[in-house]
Design a binder for this molecule. Structure first.
Ligand SMILES: Cc1ncc(C[n+]2csc(CCOP(=O)(O)OP(=O)(O)O)c2C)c(N)n1
Ligand code: SF4
Ligand SMILES: [Mg+2]
Length: 343
């Protein structure tokens, strides 16, 4: 019988039972140059801790490339490769295909190796969305695409992306006296869109590393299940969101407890709400007002009470109407879509 690693043979990574049971080994270490309080750096650290040593990491241009691989140095302990800004989908698929070919030709030991290809929201939610979509239609290869979402093109100085929330101040949407709100679009719902449109993808999840155990177990499940998988992580960014770095963890929690960022997974087409999101949906936890989240961040400092009410109404609407969190319902309530008038 051939010992060739078949397409669906993956490392079987059991869920971590508790934080106290985590392995001590680190595969993303100190020495990187991210900002103090950078949640995306924490995502890298926990993502690769969850995956373990037999892992290859690929990443598209952005903070998690530039700040982590200063010339001739890197924080990565596992093999790492940079890829072009819009290419996380093709890079992940290509690496998985290359590993298969090398093993088939006997040039590498036959063993399941995790492939994780990450991208930012600029690289993944905007520029590389097509490549991710194409990659998710190839069930013959095993790899995880992880989108770390700091809600801007952060590395090039906080430009607006399709993932930037309504009304946020970015260098492309500065509030002024004539026009207070410069960004009128609602945040793009990437995980919901990919889950709804790619039946060949067996796992789509949302995470926030303020809930680290859930986040790491989502990575472990995505890598174990086989085929191309996708995880979308919301990452507070002190520089882009304009807050004191000590608030990073709390802002991640507030994104979830206000209901702005629902935690869920779609595994083999079955939706499961997770953690606090599940508690909210089951009536065991009351959603906090979005005001608690928005007003801690300088990027929303120009919001009036009407703007906050509008934001709240859109989040309320999502909890009443969406089937998969983040997927817009077919019956649109046009009245609820109206932003407040400019003053
Ligand atoms: C094709 C291409 N266009 C533009 C750039 C310049 N660029 C480098 S990083 C970056 C921002 C990427 O944003 P995102 O993917 O959200 O990652 P972040 O910087 O926020 O971590 C841009 C525009 C580039 N490297 N390649
Ligand atoms: S700008 Fe934001 S994402 Fe980039 S290194 Fe700083 S905190 Fe992290
Ligand atoms: Mg970004």
């Amino acid at each position: 019988m051939s010992s060739f690693v078949t397409i669906n043979e993956t490392q079987k990574l059991e869920a971590f039972k508790s934080m106290k049971k985590l392995p001590l080994e680190e595969y993303f270490t100190s020495g990187h140059r991210t900002c103090q309080g950078c949640e995306s750096a924490l995502v890298m650290k926990m993502m690769v801790k969850a995956a373990g040593p037999r892992t290859i990491v690929l990443g598209s241009t952005g903070c998690m490339y530039v700040a982590n691989t200063t010339y001739y140095s890197t924080s990565w302990v596992v093999p790492w490769m940079h890829t072009q800004l819009g290419s996380s989908g093709s890079a992940g698929q290509g690496a998985a295909a290359a590993l298969r070919a090398l093993m088939r030709k006997g040039k590498m030991k036959k063993e399941p190796i995790n492939v994780i290809s990450f991208c930012g929201d600029g690289g993944g939610a905007d520029m590389g969305l097509g490549a991710i979509s194409a990659a998710l239609t190839h069930p013959e290869y095993n790899f995880l695409i992880l989108l770390y979402d700091n809600e801007s093109y952060a590395n090039t100085d906080i430009q607006l992306s399709g993932s930037t929330p309504y009304g946020a101040h970015t260098t492309f949407s500065p509030p002024g006296r004539v026009k207070r709100i410069m960004h009128h679009r609602w945040k793009k719902n990437v995980a919901g869109m990919l889950a709804a449109g790619h039946p060949t993808c067996r796992y789509v999840g949302t995470i926030c590393m303020s809930y680290g155990l859930l986040g790491m177990n989502s990575v472990r499940k995505a890598l174990s299940i086989g085929g191309p998988t996708f995880i979308h992580s919301l990452d507070p960014c002190p520089k882009g969101w304009d807050y004191d770095p000590y608030l990073s963890h709390e802002l991640g929690e507030l994104a979830v407890t206000t209901g702005i960022w629902p935690l869920y997974e779609v595994e083999n087409g079955v939706l499961r709400l997770l953690g606090k999101t599940r508690e909210i949906a089951e009536g065991r936890y009351q959603r906090k007002p979005v005001r608690d989240y928005l007003l801690k961040q300088g990027r929303f400092a120009h919001f009036t009470d009407d703007d906050i009410d509008f934001f709240q109404s859109k989040v309320d609407e999502s909890w009443k109407k969406w089937l998969i969190p983040g997927v817009i319902p077919l019956a649109k309530d046009l009245e609820a879509d109206q932003p407040p008038a400019e003053t």
